[in-house]
Design a protein around this ligand. Structure first.
Ligand code: AN7
Length: 340
């Protein structure tokens, strides 16, 4: 049977003898070498890697934290679990809660969630509440509802989420044989960059510079203040007031990394390059880290050693964004001769 991260990293996680293990076999995701993309970034062969977190059971990195958060919620006798989400947290919570037999309520910004994610929450049987507002407003409503109703919050404010997600760093160290010199990743609510930094600190001596990227229209950590009306094509990171702000700044400063911003055009460019050069289809938000790498290389930023880009979610989560490009398609009648 496939083991999930709780079984594989049990000794490094808050799992006790009585903790029920709710797993879908998450983690152990591929780390693939990306030489064509490295070339585009002016980097040598063998220096750039992609961590395919879209290969997790519900198609995003959220499953690493959710297996633990839901297992602990079940252990503590929770009445139910609840979260606000731009889509992936909700899909993951819904799946693991279904397996645990727990009620799951998800608060989604109406019109701000990619179709694949919305249908996952519906299929897994979550109670879906669409909030006429943005993610930050949905989160405020979720938190006050949880307090009143006695539900367990499984947003990344839940420390078990961060604990589970830190296992991504353990895997990269195992897969490369050491920590890389750089890690590029998208930043939304900033839980994942917080978790990876914790993971690298626990994994051993080598530590990457943490290079986080926000969308330019939703870049509170770059601006140094919350963004009231965040805007970006990358709906997963359309977040104006990150919960794990402190963790992200700490990761940046302690690792001597940076948190930058990339435009929607840069995100879409990286998104298309990943698919066309490397055969890797991730969702737009996931491409923000790669967009950041290409941007800083273009500006002459030196990269010495190995870099890993975390591709946080699968491209099939968001089938609508690609259709906004004018992809050439041929329409033919059967039986004719087609010249290529
Ligand atoms: C694909 O699902 O916030 O910086 O509610 O889905 O840890 O927030 C999703 C975030 C990056 C940002 N890539 O991670 C949610 C949610 C993808 C994501 C992020 C998200 P954090």
């Amino acid at each position: 049977m496939t083991q999930g991260i709780l079984a594989r990293y049990r000794d490094r996680l808050p799992v006790g003898a009585k903790t029920p293990i709710i797993t879908l076999g998450e983690g152990a995701t591929p780390l693939v070498q990306a030489d064509a993309l490295a070339r585009r970034a002016g980097l040598p062969k063998g220096s750039l890697y992609l961590k395919l977190e879209g290969s997790n059971p519900t198609g995003s990195f959220k499953d690493r934290g959710m297996t633990l958060a839901i297992s602990k919620a079940l252990e503590s006798g929770a009445r139910g679990v609840l979260c606000a989400s731009t889509g992936n947290t909700a899909a993951s919570a819904a799946a693991y809660a279904a397996r645990a037999g727990l009620r799951c309520v998800v608060f989604l910004p109406k019109g701000g969630v990619a179709m694949g994610k919305l249908v996952q929450s519906l299929m897994y049987g979550a109670e879906v509440v669409e909030v006429r507002g943005n993610f930050d407003e949905a989160l405020a409503l979720a938190m006050s509802t949880a307090r009143r109703e006695g539900f367990t919050v499984v947003n990344s404010s839940n420390p078990f989420r961060i604990e589970g997600q830190k296992t991504g760093a353990f895997e990269i160290v195992e897969q490369l044989g050491a920590a890389p010199e750089y890690q590029f990743m998208p930043v939304g609510n900033a839980g994942n960059i917080t978790a990876y930094w914790k993971g690298y600190r626990e994994a051993g001596p080598g530590r990457p510079r943490m290079m986080g990227f926000q969308a330019a229209g939703a870049a509170p950590l770059v601006l140094g203040r919350p963004v009231l009306k965040p805007k970006t094509v990358a709906t997963a990171i359309r977040i104006g007031n990150p919960v794990s702000r402190e963790g992200a700044l700490r990761a940046r400063d302690e690792s001597r990394g940076l948190i930058g911003k990339v435009s929607d055009a840069q995100i879409i460019n990286a998104y298309r390059l990943l698919a066309r050069l490397e055969g890797v289809f991730c969702e737009p938000s996931s491409a923000a880290g790669v967009a950041g790498l290409l941007k800083i290389r273009h500006e002459g930023y030196p990269i010495r050693g190995r870099a890993v880009c975390i591709l946080t979610g699968h491209g099939l989560k968001d089938p609508d964004t690609p259709l906004q490009f004018a992809y050439k398609r041929k329409i033919v009648a059967p039986g004719g001769k087609l010249r290529l």
